[in-house]
Design a protein around this ligand. Structure first.
Ligand code: PLP
Length: 372
């Protein structure tokens, strides 16, 4: 069979092996051990925040953030309609209600102009998502949050190193959440991080992620906690990856420049955005077909795979997810998210991608779209 250009291929730093072997050799394989602290401290320093707390994955990070903010039954969390299921799951785990807002037609991040109309007396937090590596428009989101006294929990799982008006995303809201899944810009295999400048919130997240032992009496419990502890092994890998993070960010930006160079001029394609106020890290090179394209996304993706190019779909709009349909308020419509989900997919974007592969992807796309 013909070789396939995979949609993702990680690039593990040479230090990864050294640090992980060191962690194994030391015997500190569980969640105590020096790499946890080193990884947390380096991450906080890199991001310019006061506290970083490791967790088991990005979904746990979102849940822990809401739990630490005492989000519970009857509270409403505003979430963009186009994102991963982890965002509404975090709300559901707390017994809260996810409320969906359509996305911006250019960046596909939460449409700040539609936020206020969804705020009720039950609203507690807004969860902007920096989708596919492009920041959400944080200034209007923060202004609305301040006006209505709402928390902002940033989902930066796809945007390590992306900047909003010069500030690293994840460091802008009350709490920032990251994932270190294998296809993310920084990986620990499976893992996540919550970050904040608020010491009380940091302490609360440290408590809740470790079973919420009573501070006075260990193994005595006055509140419901979770086991979201990262292992020292994962943190060793994370520290190694973080030491190369600027290289990885540069690689993603280089990939985007290469794709732009080779894809510009191909009919029916909309390339990913780069707003003047943003610095995207192009976590995945996400493209959409123009609404008038004479081919459906599904057919195009199938043809691309037949020619050795693997791609991935955008997320399904949250309001159409079977487990979330009951939260779709009557009369609310999401034309942008529906259209983006119908037309969008992403191209091979792994950190190990070569110019030859990018050129080949562009060649196959061009050949397919100009011969319809
Ligand atoms: C990957 C991802 C998550 C979840 O992270 P996991 O580590 O897979 O749990 C959350 N939000 C977004 C936007 C993601 O892309």
């Amino acid at each position: 069979m013909k070789s396939i250009i995979p949609v993702n291929q990680p690039d593990l730093s040479p230090k990864a092996k050294t640090y992980v072997v060191d962690a194994v050799t030391s015997g500190w394989v569980s969640s105590a051990g020096p790499y946890i602290k080193k990884f947390e401290e380096s991450y906080a320093r890199w991001l310019g925040v006061r506290h970083a707390v490791t967790v088991t994955n990005g979904t746990a990070a979102l849940h822990l953030a809401l739990a630490a903010l005492d989000i519970g039954q009857g509270d409403e969390i505003i979430i963009p309609d186009l994102t991963i299921i982890s965002c509404p799951l975090a709300a559901l785990y707390c017994g809260a209600t996810p409320v969906f807002v359509d996305v911006d037609p250019v960046t596909f991040t939460i449409d700040a102009t539609q936020l206020e109309s969804q705020i009720t007396k039950h609203t507690k937090a807004i969860m902007p998502v920096h989708l596919y590596g492009h920041p959400a428009d944080m200034d209007p989101i923060m202004a609305i949050a301040n006006k209505h006294k709402l928390y902002v929990v940033e989902d930066a799982a796809e945007a390590h190193g992306a900047k909003y008006k010069g500030k690293l995303v994840g460091s802008i809201g009350d709490i920032g959440c990251f994932s270190f899944y294998a296809n993310k810009v920084v990986t620990t295999g499976e893992g996540g991080m919550v970050v904040t400048n608020n010491s009380k919130l940091a302490d609360r997240m440290r408590l809740l992620k470790d079973l919420a032992h009573s501070p006075k009496k260990r193994f005595y419990h006055e509140q419901v906690g979770y086991n979201y502890r990262m292992t020292n092994l994962a943190a060793a890998l994370g520290l190694a990856q973080l030491e190369s993070v600027e290289k990885y960010i540069a690689k993603k930006k280089w990939m985007a420049r290469m794709y732009k160079k080779y894809l510009t001029g191909i009919p029916h394609l909309v390339l990913p955005p780069q707003m003047p106020w943003a610095e995207s890290v192009y976590w995945m090179y996400a493209i959409t077909l123009t609404p008038d394209a004479p081919i459906t996304k599904d057919t195009l993706r199938k043809k691309l795979l037949e020619q050795g190019v693997d791609t991935r779909d955008f997320f399904y709009p949250l309001h159409t997810q079977p487990i979330l349909k009951k939260y779709h308020k009557k009369g609310d419509r999401f034309p942008v998210s529906v259209s983006a989900a119908n037309r969008g997919f992403y191209l091979p974007s792994g950190l190990a991608i070569s110019e030859k592969q990018i050129h080949q992807v562009a060649h196959v796309l061009n050949h397919t779209l100009t011969n319809l």
